[in-house]
Design a protein around this ligand. Structure first.
Ligand code: NDP
Length: 287
């Protein structure tokens, strides 16, 4: 007998989550603000509650996957959370997650926050590599682990309810930096007779080859010695930056994505850190 649970929110993500629990044989009660979205899940065996309050009453484990923190507040207002195990998979900021944890505690619920590192097609597909960061109540996480692991892998990152959101934002921020770099790379070849499809595999492989450098960064941050294991020192890298800026200019490409990072590199060099790796840039960012 699989554990039963409630899911509030049947958007693209909620629907994907629901399908995996139903397919795995977990009795599932669902609710969505727009009832029509529950119809296909009902046909797959979900019980459809006619209010959020009724859905929350139906099971001890209540998973929420709504648009944003405000919609969580709206949907759960007027529900009785006493004794519930509330798992909030709605994307939020660390501060929102901490406030929501406190809000849940005041209402007698245990609280676990989640940050989903997957898009809907990756849900229920273990080989996709998708997973969910969890933080908050360790007891809740352990108790429901077998249920939580059904849609995607689980990575528990601490009792601080804000940490799942923080890790989520950290990874996605790095992703945007990568996308920004790739955008500049494609822009450079845009006016040439070069097929973007010939650049793409080279770019993907290069980014993958460079990605493990983050381990060296971490080692340097831990030791405080930013020259540790340095491969390409800051002085050399700053000396190379004019070539990147000139190339962009020659190709008719704006340097607005590249320049801010180069500016930080130059500032760090000006502090006398020429022998270091790029790690010192982090200290310039942290205020
Ligand atoms: P959708 O836009 O597809 O669905 C939004 C859901 O929120 C719907 O169920 C909608 O109900 C509900 N909703 C919105 N406002 C309210 C409200 N005021 N009161 C009650 N319900 C409300 O979003 P997703 O399902 O894609 O995303 C859900 C969460 O998952 C988000 O926090 C998102 O950041 C996160 N996520 C999504 C990913 C993705 O790729 N889709 C990836 C990782 C995380 P209704 O049907 O009535 O409009």
């Amino acid at each position: 007998e699989k554990n039963s649970l409630t899911l509030l929110g049947l958007g693209a993500m909620g629907t994907a989550l629901a399908r995996t629990w139903l397919a795995a044989g977990h009795p599932l009660t669902v609710w969505n603000r727009t009832p029509a979205r529950a119809a296909s899940l009902a046909a797959e065996g979900a019980k459809v509650a006619d209010s959020a309050a009724a859905a929350v009453t139906a099971n001890a484990l209540v998973v929420v996957c709504l648009l944003d923190d405000a919609s969580v507040e709206g949907a759960l207002a007027g529900t009785d959370l006493a004794g519930r195990d509330l798992v909030n998979l709605t994307t939020s900021t660390p501060a929102q997650a901490r406030a929501r944890a406190e809000w849940a505690r005041e209402r007698g619920a245990r609280y676990l926050d989640g940050g989903i590192m997957a898009v809907p097609p990756m849900i229920g597909v273990p080989e996709s590599g998708g997973y969910v960061f969890y933080s908050g109540s360790r007891e809740l996480f352990e108790r429901h682990r077998e249920t939580l692991v059904v849609p995607a892998g689980t990575v528990y990152v601490g009792r601080d309810a804000g940490f799942a959101a923080l890790y989520d934002m950290a990874l996605l921020s790095a992703m945007y930096g990568m996308f920004a770099g790739a955008a500049h790379a494609f822009a450079l070849i845009r006016k040439e007779d070069i097929d973007p499809a010939s650049l793409a595999p080279l770019l993907a492989d290069w980014l993958a080859a460079m990605a493990p450098a983050v381990h060296r960064t971490a080692d340097q941050l831990r030791s405080g010695d930013y020259t540790q294991g340095v491969v390409s020192n800051l002085a050399m890298q700053v000396a190379g930056t004019p070539a990147f800026l000139s190339t962009a200019e020659q190709q008719g490409v704006s340097t607005e994505l590249l320049s801010p990072y180069f500016e930080l590199m130059r500032r760090r060099l000006a502090e006398g850190s020429g022998e270091e790796d790029l790690t010192g840039v982090i200290d310039l960012l942290v205020r």
